[in-house]
Design a protein around this ligand. Structure first.
Ligand SMILES: Cc1cc2nc3c(=O)[nH]c(=O)nc-3n(C[C@H](O)[C@H](O)[C@H](O)COP(=O)(O)OP(=O)(O)OC[C@H]3O[C@@H](n4cnc5c(N)ncnc54)[C@H](O)[C@@H]3O)c2cc1C
Length: 472
């Protein structure tokens, strides 16, 4: 029997909330698994031209050596960065399913290349899909259309509908035709984190959430309804609820991801003119997030990166600055302080003390070179050249939020689980809305996990829907 004949009310076998990488991976995988025996619907709060969430804006670096090869120490890094809190089964599943998932996305037309990244120095390689995140979405949207997936844009999921036994039976939405209940045998939540909800950020992050800048316009669309509706249905929480992924950006820019990631080749000062962090403590890919978070905790949530003409020794350093607004330049530190609105005496003292603590020696911008300071706190462990070659240059730097770490607990089938680990019937989740990160974000894993677990969620949900209608 066709889905139309079986369900004249339009019941979806798999209803997916969100059309970023996790949602589209789920929708396409579900439609493939159903193979014409059921209906897949995707709802997204955004209009068709804007949908795709954070995925649409990302370069989509993958923490991979090659298409089927995770970067060295992939699993160990994920476990170490989270102090052992990321579930080991999650990391193992990610790696186990990596080859078939990469095979699958390439079968739909995606292509990957080891392109140069915006990290001037990095400890781990990154692989990039052609067209970045939007490139992945384009191939998946085309596949979804070919498979007959229905898209309902400008439709916001608000609440789950469950039967008395707790089984999910649909989703309450608001859309162009007003409020409605969309009946569904299974639901996949793929609606991102709560980075777009100021109240939730204030409640969970502490600090001054209002000074966090959105890394891209998509951040505003991820307001946490998907997470909240599952919690109301009994889901357990996972991930570090009081933390988030951060990037250092130029607050003067209106562009998405206007990063300033060359701080190892100068100093960072706060609005009192003081240094507050070891700018050279490691490669940029391993330090940019903690640098951004440290800036967020300074007065006013802003710092200034100050460098001089020594930076020209760093070949192609411009790729570490995506801000379209140029640096503030001045011939003396006092003039620079005036241009930046910083206390001149304090800044001059900071630069004098820093210069006196530099030790001389060979500078190598390509790797941690051991050229550290002596006798100042905080130290600068590498790349510590003096600031004495004007004109001096400066960028303001603030902390941008990319996504939140707190989310839902799931199992190896991507099914949402309760505190006692029992799965909630009919409910699946993937991507940012699931909580796996703690402490330090292992760069290049968010799109990857959205794809791998989105695919698992779609297939699991399709299997469960077929079991309900007796096709298994
Ligand atoms: C600028 C930038 C750079 C990044 N760089 C990288 C990188 O290099 N590598 C990496 O791995 N990750 C990176 N990330 C993070 C990564 O892109 C995201 O974490 C990932 O793409 C999230 O995928 P998702 O499918 O879970 O959510 P999203 O892609 O955010 O999709 C969520 C979708 O759900 C929709 N939605 C939200 N709420 C509702 C609702 N209530 N009802 C209906 N629809 C709803 C949204 O409109 C959106 O379309 C970056 C992110 C940004 C923004």
């Amino acid at each position: 029997m066709t889905a139309a004949a079986r369900d004249p009310d339009g019941t979806a076998d798999v209803l997916v909330i969100g059309s970023g990488i996790a949602g589209l991976s789920a929708a396409v995988s579900a439609a493939e698994a159903l193979d014409g025996r059921g209906r897949v619907t995707v709802v997204d709060r955004a209009g068709e031209a804007e949908a795709g969430g954070n995925t649409r804006w990302t370069s989509a670096y993958f923490r991979l050596d090659d298409v089927y090869e995770p970067a060295a120490n992939f699993a160990d890094d994920l476990m170490a960065f989270s102090a052992g809190k990321t579930p080991r089964w999650y990391v193992d599943t990610l790696l186990d399913r990596l080859p078939e998932t990469m095979e699958w996305i390439q079968s739909h037309g995606a292509r990957f290349r080891p392109l140069q990244t915006y990290f001037v120095t990095s400890a781990r390689p990154r692989l990039q899909p052609r067209g970045g995140g939007e490139g992945l979405l384009q191939v998946l949207r085309a596949a979804a259309r070919d498979l007959g997936v229905t898209f309902r844009y400008l439709t916001t999921a608000q609440e789950l509908v469950t039967d008395p036994a707790g089984r999910v039976t649909g989703v309450r939405v608001s859309g162009p035709e007003g409020a409605a209940v969309l009946p569904a045998r299974t639901v996949v939540i793929a609606s991102g984190g709560f980075e777009g909800d100021p109240d939730s950020l204030t409640e969970h992050l502490g600090g001054n959430a209002a000074t966090l800048l959105p890394i891209a316009p998509s951040v505003h669309g991820n307001r946490g309804e998907g997470i909240r509706m599952a919690l109301s249905a009994g889901a357990a929480r996972a991930g570090q609820w009081d933390s988030f992924h951060a990037e250092p950006v130029d607050p003067r820019s209106k562009d998405a991801e206007a990063i300033v990631m060359v701080y190892p080749y100068g100093i960072l000062v706060d609005r009192t003119g003081q240094r507050f962090i070891d700018e050279g403590r490691g490669t940029v890919d391993e330090t940019y997030e903690s640098t951004a978070r440290a800036i967020w905790t300074r007065p006013g949530g802003t710092a200034w990166f100050i460098t001089d003409q020594h930076i020209n020794q760093v070949e192609g350093y411009q790729r570490g600055v995506l801000s379209p607004v140029g640096p503030v330049a001045a011939d003396s530190i006092v003039d620079l302080a005036a241009a930046l609105g910083l206390p001149a005496d304090a800044l001059a003292d900071t630069v004098t003390a820093y210069n006196a603590a530099t030790t001389g020696g060979a500078f190598d911008w390509r790797r941690p070179d051991g050229l550290g300071t002596q006798g100042i706190d905080p130290p600068k462990s590498n790349w510590a050249l003096p600031l004495d070659m004007p004109p001096f240059l400066a960028y303001p730097v603030a902390c941008a939020i990319v996504f939140t770490f707190g989310g839902l607990a799931t199992d190896a089938n991507a099914q949402v689980v309760r505190d006692d680990q029992s799965p909630i019937p009919g409910l699946y989740a993937a991507g940012e809305c699931t909580g796996v990160y703690y402490h330090k974000y292992p760069g290049g894993t968010s799109v990857l996990r959205g794809m791998v677990f989105g695919r698992i969620a779609g297939r699991s949900a399709a299997g469960a829907a077929l079991a309900v209608v007796g096709h298994a």
